[in-house]
Design a binder for this molecule. Structure first.
Ligand code: ZN
Length: 450
């Protein structure tokens, strides 16, 4: 067990300057080698919308060298999602090992029919304990960055930076010195004292260089409003993921925890915003050939970007670290579902069942294929790898086919009735954030709500 409060102060102060300089450069070359004693026991990388089939193809084409190497070193397979493929519900299922009837997070917004202004779901509504709480109970520290439905940030042993953090940074009130507003925003992180350190790592869309933008595009940006807003969106997506990566680099090193977990959203957003240019035949309207040329390659280049991010994050592993890379669902685009032929899929209906899971580390069977894995199985697998009993009330199981027989013999799965404490969990009402309107606007932009 690691207690982190005292080392946080010195570590954060020392690293703040170094990491700020590194942001936007190749971060892996900037970092000192990880001390074995500080390496996480579990390094968890969550990527929204990473699709099994597309990863397979791009890996075969040599475009995802880091993920391909991880798959070769470890075990991998389709991670089956659960319909209706709503990301807040799914990431909560991944974090709890339970279906939504047990964890209580059913969608993006809470509207129990009483209000005309639905509010985004929030962490206080969850009715099951998450993996970070279970690990804390077992004496393990946890660092969690960006996981969906973690507003307000939870009082973990370690730290948590909420999924609402990026939007809080975009708030026009960011620099307003209103103490009450600042106190509300600081609910987006735990402990609240890390707010300034996290904010200092912000990468703004305007700071992303034209060269970086061009690297995602297949041609010159046409002179049109459509093209201009497509580039603005790309700056936003990329800078948010860069901010997340910078926070992971800094916090993973300055506050070592047994579980180090980070979630990236940009790939899913890219798929929603640019799919029509990659598959123009799937879009009902005529698209300009210039837009198709320029933005057509973007999604698969974002896959390459995710691969580079995975490579950078792997610098945080030690010899005893178990690495888990997973997504919440795959992507079918505007058409292509069995049963969806002839219809236009937008928003959530672009999601599909086949996400991905890759596990690597001690005891993991090299190059093995994991069959029948479910989003329900991720938390049980993390728990079992740390010799923590699974709850009998969990809906998932250890992904045993990922592990060598000898390891399974040495680490027999044990069970307890439940990890719930009997404490009443799950408020009926969400806790509003200062950026709820922006969050809802964003959901509309992505076609998730009308
Ligand atoms: Zn999505």
């Amino acid at each position: 067990m690691r207690r982190t409060s005292s080392r946080w102060i010195t570590g954060a102060a020392l690293l703040a300057v170094a990491v700020t300089v590194c942001v936007g450069l190749s971060l892996s070359g900037c970092q000192p080698a990880v001390e074995e004693s500080d390496a996480p026991r579990v390094l968890f990388i969550g990527v929204d919308g990473l699709d099994w089939g597309r990863v397979q193809r791009l890996a075969e084409e040599g475009r995802l060298p880091n993920i391909a190497a991880l798959m070769e070193e470890g075990s991998s397979g389709v991670l089956h999602s659960l319909y209706p493929y709503l990301s807040p519900s799914i990431w909560t299922t991944i974090a709890t090992g339970k279906r939504e009837d047990k964890h209580g997070i059913v969608g993006f917004l809470v509207d129990r029919g009483r209000t005309t202004n639905p509010t985004p779901t929030s962490s206080n509504m969850r009715t099951a304990r998450a993996v970070w709480q279970i690990l804390n109970d077992a004496g393990h520290s946890t660092g969690v960055i960006g996981w969906l439905v973690t507003w307000p940030a939870e009082p973990v042993s370690g730290y948590m930076i909420s999924s609402r953090f990026h939007t809080l940074l975009r708030d026009k009130l960011l620099d307003v010195g209103d103490e009450e507003m600042l106190a509300r925003k600081r609910q987006g992180v735990h402990p609240p004292g890390i707010w300034d350190d996290a904010v200092a790592l912000r990468v703004d869309g305007a700071d992303v260089s034209d060269d970086v933008i061009s690297s995602f595009l297949g041609g010159d940006v046409p002179y049109s409003d459509e093209a201009t807003s497509a580039v603005t969106e790309l700056r936003r997506i990329y800078s948010s993921d860069q901010t997340t990566l910078a926070m992971a680099h800094q916090f993973f090193r300055s506050v070592p925890t047994d579980l180090a977990a980070v979630y990236f959203r940009g790939l899913d957003t890219s798929c929603h915003m640019y799919w029509r240019y990659m598959e123009p035949e799937s879009w009902p309207e005529e698209l300009s050939p210039e837009m198709v040329t320029t933005f057509g390659p973007l999604i698969e280049r974002y896959y390459e970007r995710i691969d580079a991010i995975v490579g950078e994050l792997l610098t945080h592993r030690g010899p005893q670290t178990m690495v888990v890379l997973c997504s919440d669902h795959g992507f079918a685009g505007h058409s292509g579902y069995p049963g969806f032929e002839g219809e236009l899929a937008v928003g959530v209906s672009m999601h599909r069942e086949d996400g991905i899971v890759v596990i690597a580390g001690p005891g993991v069977e090299p190059g093995a294929r994991i069959d029948g894995a479910s989003i329900l199985d991720v938390t049980p697998t993390v728990l079992a790898s740390l010799d923590i009993p699974l709850g009998e009330d969990m809906d998932g199981e250890l992904l045993s086919t990922a592990f060598e027989p000898g390891w399974l013999e040495d680490h027999p799965v044990s069970y307890i009735e439940t990890h719930e404490t009997g404490e009443q969990l799950g408020d009926a009402e969400p806790i509003p954030s200062p950026v709820d309107e922006e969050v809802i606007e964003r959901l509309k932009t992505l076609g998730y709500i009308n």
